[in-house]
Design a protein around this ligand. Sequence first.
Ligand code: ZN
Length: 508
Amino acid sequence: MRRWVCTILLPVVGLVPVGALELKTPAGTITLRQRTAEGTTWVCASQLAEALHGTFARDAVSAYPVLTLSGHRILISTATPVASIDGNLIHLSHIPKENGGCLWLPEEFLTSALSKALGGGVRVVDSAPTERPSMSGPLAAPAEGRMAERVGVDLAVGADYARVTLTGEGLSHAQLRQEGQELVVLLARGSFAETHREVGKGILEKLNAQGATLRLALGAGFERFETLKLLKPERLVILLKGKEQTVAAPPSPIQQPAPPGGEGATQVPSAPPVRTQAFDVIAIDPGHGGTDTGALGPDGLEEKDLTLAIATKFASDLEKQGLKAVLTRTSDVTVPLQQRTALANFNQADLFISIHINSAPTAKAHGTETYYLSKQATDLWSSQLADKENAAGGTESSAPAGGLNLVLWDLAQTSHIVESAALAETIQDEFNTLLGTQNRGVRQAPFVVLEGAQMPAVLVEVAFLSNPSEAKKLSESTFQDQVANALTQAVLRFKARYENPNLAAPQP
Ligand SMILES: [Zn+2]
């Protein structure tokens, strides 16, 4: 390992006091300037790259910020709390934020993503919290103890929407109500990271978060709002809809202390635009087929026949709702896994839903599981299931080959992972409500069949063929109808939550 000495110019404490964070790495101990906000400390990505002799830039293909260190590429999302290192997704405690010419990374990034890139052994030696941070934008927060968890406030604005994302624990008990031209969120416990924003005119004019109260001042263009709760981390998304949102002139840039070398922080261009689209074309993938039977049950029941029966009913239900269904197979034929997502991509499907039937070594296991794609499985069970499903359809490896695929995989996942997770949660909900099957939860695993999908994609394991009572139900046409109905209701609910309301209604 190379030994080196890095001289850090200590920032002058002035208008923007900053603290210092000492980081022990396999390459030596480095000192970074830090900010404290939202209950954690933050460091600047370009300064981190410089201190570790790496690079920080935008990826030419995906436009995502990329940190390259010791030959590893760390792709960073500024829309969701994830990063990916060499194609492996890492969940972060907070969403990295751009402010004052820096991309700010939460402290957890250092011990997870950075530690992986440097081969382990990264730890924070000392972190002196900022006395009086003075920042505008999403990082605006009063000085606070490192253990105190504040609810973070994030804002995204488009011409016809304003989206406020709250991140922190205890949000499920928060109350939201409309008081005249204000939407008010009250926390039952904890407090918000103090945030004051002049947003603009139209739908949302001002945002003020202080103590346990968040106030959203609504403009003349406001029409309606909806909310979505997400887990891991706990989030409450408030989507305000309407028209003619304008954006106030941004506050003058914050004076930054000169970074080491005095060349100024790397400017990060603005993030890619938020995707707005309808979800009208649904790709349905009946698992297995042809020589690949999938799981086997009593009385000659085969997974491939049950998935096709459910998928066919699901497709006809969707079409009754005026939606278009694309089936990856309509008969008992062998279809390679990669060809299934290729079919969905070719048909410009907006959602991809793969249908499978589970099996377990014990007859007792029962219930429904819904998966979305991750390089890392939630647990050993999920990992074994992915191995089993990946072995089907003549696929040799679950890993994408070559650098370009890695970039595409990163792209697909960082841009769809929130929607995929939400779709998976909605499907689990519907199965609970309509079928009363045991909810085995939303999980993540590296399924090949989801890998090439250029749209939100999930895999549903409807029930267990290895459980005699579930096997009997699965063979019954009425139960298959109920499963198809639960899936259809989930798609309709997902559409209602995620669609841009200004798009034309689907043509029947
Ligand atoms: Zn299967």
